[in-house]
Write a protein that binds this ligand. Structure first.
Ligand code: URA
Length: 217
């Protein structure tokens, strides 16, 4: 990632970047570096919202830190909260099958959620919780530098794309987050309830595959 893009991410996270008053390339070299270890430690000890009082443990995400593909769900469910890993329940099994359908496995990709902590009784994330947690996700994305982000479900898509548009309007298109393509796919939990939508999900996964193929390098 070039420094201009890194600056955009940092700005979106509300992090002030102080640059020394020097000229040319030296200025760009001064952009602060984040690290996976720092970020993971911050997430695992996070007390920034009320979910820290009810969670069992934060779910940082799992998979390849250098993945081309990032899959983002909404928030850990109860099983994820217990195991500390994303998508380990029934929806997770379907996600594994969706990955297999496009020749990927869970070790190749990175899987995470918009919220790192389980909302009690599986309620929807509150806007304030999303705002508080989003910077962690943006920092994960800045470190991974994926070729594509797959937003699983409405909450993930609306958060990443900063829109209120319904998922039916967001799927089927290529969006972008700071120049990284974003494809919206129905959440596997929705597909378990509405199997007729699997056809659309398959079309969206194929769109994502084609999008990655079209990226040079
Ligand atoms: N649903 C999600 O959105 N994320 C998980 O990790 C599990 C279920």
């Amino acid at each position: 990632m070039d420094n201009a893009t890194r600056l955009q991410y940092l700005e979106a996270m509300g992090i002030d970047v102080w640059l020394p008053r020097v000229s040319g390339n030296d200025e760009q070299a001064a952009v602060i570096e984040d690290s996976w270890e720092t970020l993971q430690a911050e997430v695992m000890g996070c007390l920034l919202c009320g979910l820290c009082e009810t969670r069992n443990q934060p779910v940082f995400g799992s998979g390849n830190k250098n993945a081309d593909w990032v899959f983002l769900g909404e928030a850990p469910g109860q099983s994820e909260d217990q195991q500390g890993l994303p998508f380990v329940g029934n929806a997770g099994q379907l996600l594994t099958e969706m990955l297999r359908a496009i020749d990927l496995d869970r070790e190749q990709v990175f899987i995470a959620n918009i919220l790192k902590c389980h909302p009690p009784a599986n309620r929807d994330p509150k806007p304030s919780e999303i705002e508080t947690c989003k910077p962690y996700l943006l920092r994960q994305l800045a470190l991974i530098k994926p070729k594509i982000i797959v937003a699983l479900g409405r909450v993930s898509a609306q958060t990443l794309l900063d829109t209120d548009a319904p998922i039916g309007k967001l799927r089927g298109k290529i969006h972008a987050l700071n120049e990284t393509p974003v494809v919206v796919v129905y959440h596997p939990a929705h597909l378990l309830r509405a199997p007729l939508d699997k056809r659309k999900a398959w079309a969206d996964l194929k769109l994502a595959v084609q999008t990655v193929k079209n990226i040079k390098g």
